[in-house]
Design a protein around this ligand. Structure first.
Ligand code: TZP
Ligand code: MG
Length: 209
């Protein structure tokens, strides 16, 4: 797949599940992936801070089977080696520019916390930005203060690339996120710690449509 096809597929995605070992309520990463994919998610990010590669081959096989995009957090090397559709990086201009040069056909996501950072990431070659934390979250301890939906709306209306909202989003506040016009919604614990992950995935997908 080339970048144009991947971008087209990315635009059609809504719920953006991020799987992080450690936020599983005792279940295996594999079980969580399977539930999320059979629930209908069309994109998944593997975010494994200890070892970006250990589940990468498995994630590639299962996402391919379900025709879902696979994004690898932090490791361009892993994304390229396992044939992922993209890589999710921080906000450094240099890192983004290097990734864009080394991987011209990959989706490149950038984590940002403000409009200024979002515009810089876009300029450095990011194909989407993830803005957050929108709400309070314990999942990423150093994520900073919640930005709120006003900032979300401001960033959304000032950038060209797709915007993914992230951080503390759950069934109680999803409506506020959708109300400002966001279509791409990332979640970790609202999915991976749900009692029935497949059902939660289906539920969120139908709420976002
Ligand atoms: N980036 C900003 S907030 C966050 C990341 C990875 C954590 C999101 O996790 P949750 O459980 O959906 O709040
Ligand atoms: Mg990172």
């Amino acid at each position: 797949m080339n970048l144009t096809e991947r971008e087209a597929r990315f635009k059609k995605t809504t719920l953006y599940p991020v799987i992080t070992p450690g936020f599983t309520k005792g279940r295996s990463v594999i079980e969580i992936l399977e539930a999320i994919l059979s629930g209908g998610a069309k994109i998944v990010q593997l975010r494994d801070k200890e070892d970006p590669a250990r589940y990468a081959a498995l994630f590639r096989r299962r996402t391919e089977y379900y025709k879902a995009l696979l994004i690898i957090n932090d490791s361009l090397e892993t994304a390229l080696k396992y044939g992922a559709d993209g890589v999710h990086l921080g906000k450094s201009d240099l890192v983004l520019k290097k990734a864009r040069a080394a991987a011209p056909e990959l989706l490149i996501g950038s984590s940002v916390t403000s409009l200024k950072e979002a515009l810089a990431a876009e300029g450095a070659g990011a194909t989407y930005v993830a803005l957050g934390p929108i709400f309070y979250t314990l999942t990423k301890p150093n994520a900073g203060e919640p930005l709120g939906v006003k900032t979300l709306e401001e960033v959304l209306s000032n950038i060209k690339v797709p915007l993914v909202a992230i951080g503390g989003i759950n069934k109680d506040n999803l409506g506020e996120v959708l109300a400002v016009g966001v279509r791409h919604v990332a979640m970790i614990t609202a999915l991976t710690e749900a009692p029935d992950i497949e059902r939660a995935t289906r539920g969120f997908l139908s709420l976002i449509q």
